[in-house]
Design a protein around this ligand. Structure first.
Ligand SMILES: Cc1cc2nc3c(=O)[nH]c(=O)nc-3n(C[C@H](O)[C@H](O)[C@H](O)COP(=O)(O)OP(=O)(O)OC[C@H]3O[C@@H](n4cnc5c(N)ncnc54)[C@H](O)[C@@H]3O)c2cc1C
Length: 464
């Protein structure tokens, strides 16, 4: 049957299975229906609740303004789906087109969407992670537990790791009037995501808001009392802190273990797929009936030298899910690429942080608006003479302008000036990212692969 015909048959009578019933899974399912998919739809999710939104968990929920079970995702339409919630997918038979569930059921599919996202990286020593008072924050249940404990008024909270989530948790604690220590291995908060120049602003913000910020240190051990309650944390510089709550903010792990042995290109960085969201197999050959979207996906982006981007961005999960769903029921030239420009927001210490593009790819930075010293600025990032990203602190309304510059690969440093540039020098300075070979939990964009401009590939002429 011609490929076009197969897509049409699938659209009318096929079985679409979505594994991962959260933001990307839900948006993909809605798009399938919106675009005329009338076949059978099965949603498989290991969490026992309806799809919900995660960004409020580290913001409004921790502050007690929204209950942890009150962030359900709004529905764009009825789905007419079979829901299998509270049961994990445990394996994939690619050739037989079946998903094996943890309860032994096998679910056959014609097209599969993998949207299993990521989970919080746990504290590395299991016995210490099990202490009463040690938390992570990824799920609504995590948020409910942590919010209850913060409301009980702990004497001191330790936040391990000052990436976005850790910084937002510290901010919520200070807003609640709690004493907080933040321990960060890098030289500043947010340094993996935004570099050292902007990281220094984040550090000042934290200290100005009363955070006991300790950079360049790691937490080496968590110590409990005889009743198994957290009492003390030990740092690599020899300090010991009396704490009764520790929140581990050491980044996320992609949920790909269930795909082990499936033959898909799945690993710790996610599931590799092409720009059309079709999964690659282990040989780098693209599959035609397995698609990937959201935090679990890694896909090449032409604007960034076709490097594979793994993103932990709400907007990416939505956009990629929509493209994946469209491509699941389309064929050939009707398929669309996922060319979303990475964008991210965060709210911490009264400041609205927004980013567009891929800051960690930037080698230089120039403050184009406002001033770092005022915590109100736009910093533009350049890579090899072109715009690659921009980060705004309380200046988010300008980011669309910078989005245009990034999309058109405009020359960097910028030739334009503007009235609001009061600023910290007009010459670019090094963006000051940590050595990429050092592990960091900080970035919300992970680049893998390599830039073609590095010319690592060598083509050897065949012998005559
Ligand atoms: C606390 C917090 C704050 C955030 N704040 C922001 C923000 O301010 N701005 C922003 O842009 N982004 C933010 N994010 C990131 C954003 O929430 C994610 O990018 C988004 O949730 C990704 O959606 P997803 O559907 O791809 O993955 P997820 O939301 O991780 O969903 C994946 C789902 O699949 C399930 N699953 C995993 N394995 C299996 C399996 N084997 N079988 C069945 N189901 C499985 C998971 O339990 C989960 O329900 C935040 C995230 C967190 C945790």
């Amino acid at each position: 049957m011609a490929a076009d015909g197969a897509a049409e048959v699938f659209r009318r009578r096929g079985h679409a299975v979505v594994v991962g019933a959260s933001l990307a899974g839900l948006r993909a399912a809605e798009t399938l229906r919106e675009e005329g998919f009338t076949g059978t739809l099965t949603m498989i999710g290991d969490e026992p609740r309806d799809p919900y939104d995660r960004p409020p968990l580290s913001k409004q929920v921790l502050l007690g303004r929204v209950p942890a079970d009150g962030t359900e995702l709004p529905r764009r339409r009825a789905l007419d789906a079979r829901w299998r919630l509270g049961v994990a997918a445990a394996g994939l038979d690619l050739a037989g087109r079946r998903v094996r569930l943890a309860d032994g059921e096998e679910v056959a599919f014609d097209r599969l969407l993998i949207a299993t996202g990521a989970r919080a990286r746990p504290w590395f020593r299991e016995s210490e992670a099990a202490l009463d008072g040690v938390f992570v924050l990824r799920t609504a249940d995590d948020a409910a537990r942590l919010t209850r404990r913060l409301a009980a008024g702990p004497r001191r909270v330790l936040v391990v790791g000052a990436g976005f989530t850790g910084s937002e948790i510290a901010s919520a604690c200070r807003e609640r009037g709690l004493e907080v220590t933040v321990a960060e291995r890098g030289p500043a908060p947010l340094v993996g995501a935004l570099g050292g120049v902007v990281g220094a602003v984040a550090a000042r913000l934290q200290r100005d808001h009363g955070v006991d910020l300790r950079c360049g240190v790691t937490v080496t051990a968590l110590e409990g009392d005889l009743a198994g309650r957290l009492r003390r944390a030990h740092l690599s510089d020899g300090a010991a802190l009396d704490v009764d709550v520790a929140v581990i903010g050491l980044g996320a792990i992609r949920n790909t273990e269930w795909l082990t042995g499936s033959g898909l290109a799945a690993g710790p960085r996610g599931v590799a797929c092409d720009a059309g969201c079709r999964a690659f197999d282990v040989h780098g050959i693209v599959t035609d009936d397995v698609f990937v979207a959201g935090d679990v996906a890694r896909s090449p982006h032409p604007l960034f030298g076709y490097q594979f981007l793994s993103l932990e961005h709400w907007g990416n999960a939505v956009a990629q899910a929509e493209v994946a769903a469209h491509n699941m029921i389309s064929s050939g030239l009707d398929r669309r690429p996922h060319l979303w420009l990475p964008a991210f927001w965060s709210a911490q210490f009264g400041v609205n942080v927004k980013s567009v593009g891929v800051p960690p790819l930037g080698d230089e930075l120039v403050v184009t608006q406002g001033a770092l010293a005022e915590n109100r600025f736009v910093a533009a990032y350049g890579f090899q003479g072109r715009f690659i990203a921009a980060v705004a602190f309380d200046q988010g309304r300008w980011l669309d302008f910078y989005r245009g510059l990034i999309e058109s690969a405009a020359p960097f440093p910028p030739a334009f000036t503007n009235l609001d540039r009061r600023t910290d020098g007009t010459r670019p300075v090094p963006a000051d990212f940590p050595d990429p070979s050092l592990p960091t939990h900080g970035p919300t964009v992970t680049l893998s692969g390599y830039s073609p401009s590095e010319r690592r590939l060598r083509f050897t002429p065949a012998p005559a």
